[in-house]
Ligand binder design. Structure first.
Ligand SMILES: Nc1ncnc2c1ncn2[C@@H]1O[C@H](COP(=O)(O)OP(=O)(O)O)[C@@H](O)[C@H]1O
Ligand SMILES: [Mg+2]
Length: 235
């Protein structure tokens, strides 16, 4: 469904992504593992069109998208939930949902149906729909960020470090949420510092080091891989 071939991304003269290949198949959870500064966010932003690329191709459902503007990519069904959530503290939960719907993929559910859908997934957001995002807890803010992404009716959801700064019990809830989203048929590309969690959710994973993929395998195999254990699982 998503197929990235020999992708290169620069910041100015400095190349940060050095020609990577990556694939996400229909309905699959794929995780991208790597230390801080490896280039994970840079790659995700290249997929969603926020970062311009220097070379290579990004194919989505058989069409090249690497030169499209971000809003066009959203309307084709790729929603990006950014690192740090990037909510507007003085906007309500509902206003975030409206914002997420602006570039929704065509021909799916109506706006009202999508609102119902995300409120069914996240009942707490229905309760708090008039509350300002800045007054919510960190976990609730993350749900708003995900819900905003879902309002675009995506077939691929990109999650960049969704558990960052959250308490362990909230992280467990978020893990269940991601499983539930996956059950609805959504494909998910997950970047996550909690590598054990990410590999327990994903079917496959890629290990990223300074702009290169150094390992790609089934999640179960990565969990057992001595290199992954040593570098990312602390065992
Ligand atoms: N907007 C930017 N301008 C210049 N350099 C950047 C920018 N964003 C990130 N970088 C650099 O690119 C590299 C990869 O960063 P990033 O993709 O954020 O890594 P990760 O998400 O894996 O932690 C880092 O060295 C970082 O300092
Ligand atoms: Mg990052």
């Amino acid at each position: 469904m998503l197929s990235i071939n020999n992708l290169r991304v620069n910041y100015g003269a400095r190349e940060v992504i050095h020609g990577i290949n990556l694939e996400v198949r229909t309905g699959e959870i794929v995780t991208l593992i790597g230390s801080n500064g490896a280039g994970k966010t840079t790659l995700l932003k290249a997929i969603s069109g926020v970062n311009k690329i220097t070379g290579g191709t990004i194919e989505w459902k058989g069409e090249r998208i690497e030169r499209l503007a971000p809003h066009k990519i959203v309307s084709r069904g790729i929603a990006h939930v950014p690192e740090g959530r990037l909510l507007f503290r003085d906007m309500t939960v509902f206003e975030h949902l409206e914002m997420g719907a602006v570039q929704a993929a065509a021909g799916k559910q109506s706006f009202a149906e999508r609102v119902d859908w995300v409120y069914t997934l996240f009942p707490i957001l229905k309760e708090r729909h008039m509350q300002l995002a800045g007054t919510l807890s960190g976990g609730q803010q993350q749900l708003v960020a995900i819900a905003r992404g879902l309002m675009a009716s995506p077939t691929l959801l990109i999650l960049d470090e969704p558990t960052l700064g959250l308490a362990p019990t909230v992280i467990d809830q978020l893990t269940d949420t991601i499983r539930e989203l996956h059950r609805t048929g959504l494909a998910i590309l997950l970047v996550e510092q909690r590598v054990d969690m990410a590999l327990s959710l994903a079917s496959r994973g890629y290990v990223f080091e300074t702009g290169r993929i150094v390992l790609a395998d089934d999640a179960a195999a990565l969990l057992k891989d001595p290199r992954v254990k040593e570098a990312y699982l602390g065992v």
